[in-house]
Design a protein around this ligand. Structure first.
Ligand code: ADP
Ligand code: MG
Length: 345
């Protein structure tokens, strides 16, 4: 063990601070590494069509709770969230690999369920499962998915390309997945106290589905292609709008202004939020796991996206000096990144 005086707590750095530190110590030597650490996917290749690659690790007890997540849904979600990172580069996914850490707690039937979900997502998004790894685990279930995709060089969208006056757009709606999780956690707590009480989740299908079976926005990539709009920057909303928008802003060296009354919130999310006593704006800004696409477009492209019901303009990019702000009526509130704080005790 390190002596106490040499010890820096990971929670002091946070997840993003730690990744920055790792990135700083890495030197790129291959000509084919176009983009390494720092975006939704790495970009590789020397030809016009580039390979995109992204990986995610899901741990039982941290990312999912098998007491209320069906294995089939878990398999589907594990694939879906990885494909989302390929779409976030404005690319198309083509293959995945799946690696598992399994404890003896799981019978074959459980693995079959998991793979039913994995293969359902592969089928829906037209990707091939081409490999992986399997090991035993002493700490429950671990799933790691790597997604591979492709995109033409000129279509790839990074986090760092936005500029002042660009419009900030988001697909779908926000906050529902977080509210779905809070409902599941509430019912779990009630059940723990009194196993005779059956869970009451009626009327909450939408937010539960958003939590348990998210769909990556392949359709938005198709719309952008059809409308001949290449966003100036893009990221998928995994940690929460605030946190993910700040990744775009810090990497692009700009500020932003988001209008609270423009945030897309489904009416069933509002109902769930009221029942749970959670502010819908907080859920939309900091909830996370929405897997929507957050992107910026040049003003000249406004006409091409403004009438699309799947896309909402929620604000605009400003000079860096203006900072990151939220506009609520006459009030301007500084936007803070919350995100997931896995590394905090
Ligand atoms: P996302 O939320 O889009 O999946 P992350 O925040 O997980 O993105 O990761 C941001 C960037 O940091 C990505 O380029 C990812 O590949 C990289 N990254 C994350 N963890 C590590 C690690 N341990 N070593 C090297 N790169 C990492
Ligand atoms: Mg991402």
């Amino acid at each position: 063990m390190l002596e106490d005086k040499d010890r820096t707590e990971l929670s002091d750095l946070g997840e993003f601070g730690l990744i920055d530190r790792i990135a700083q110590s890495v030197e790129i030597t291959q000509k084919s590494t176009v983009k390494g650490i720092g975006d939704d996917a790495a970009v590789l290749g020397t030809g016009k069509v580039k390979t995109l690659i992204s990986t995610d690790l899901l741990l039982e007890g941290i990312h999912f709770d098998l007491s209320y997540v069906p294995l089939k849904h878990l398999g589907y979600k594990a694939v879906a969230v990885n494909l989302s990172d390929i779409y976030a580069m404005n690319g198309k996914p083509t293959q995945i690999t799946v690696s598992l850490g399994l404890s003896s707690r799981f019978p074959l039937e459980a693995i079959d369920e998991l793979y039913t979900g994995i293969l359902l997502a592969c089928d829906k998004y037209n990707v091939d499962l081409v490999g992986g790894d399997t090991t035993s685990s002493i700490s429950g279930l671990t799933i790691s998915v790597t997604a591979i995709g492709e995109a033409s060089e000129e279509n790839i969208v990074y986090r760092n390309g936005t500029k002042e006056t660009d419009l900030i757009c988001v697909s779908g709606d926000l906050g529902a997945a977080y509210l779905g999780l809070q409902l599941l956690e509430r019912e779990k707590a009630i059940f723990k106290d009194n196993p005779a009480i059956q869970p009451d989740l009626t009327g909450h299908d939408y937010v539960l589905e958003r939590q348990l079976k998210p769909e990556p926005r392949a359709d938005i990539i198709d719309i952008l292609e059809l409308e001949k709009v290449v966003p100036t920057a893009m990221i998928d909303v995994s940690d929460g709008l605030s946190s993910d928008l700040m990744h775009i802003c810090t990497q692009s060296g700009v500020g932003c202004r988001v209008y609270i009354d423009k945030l897309p919130i489904d009416h069933t999310s509002a109902i769930a939020a009221e029942e749970l006593n959670i502010d819908t704006t907080v859920a939309a800004l900091n909830g996370g796991e929405d897997y929507e696409l957050l992107f910026t477009v040049d003003l000249k492209d406004y006409e091409r996206i403004k009438d699309n019901p799947a896309i909402r303009v929620i604000g605009h990019i400003t000079d860096k000096g203006d900072g990151y702000n939220l506009v609520a009526g006459e009030q301007i509130i500084p936007l803070t990144a919350q995100g997931w704080k896995h590394l905090e005790a």
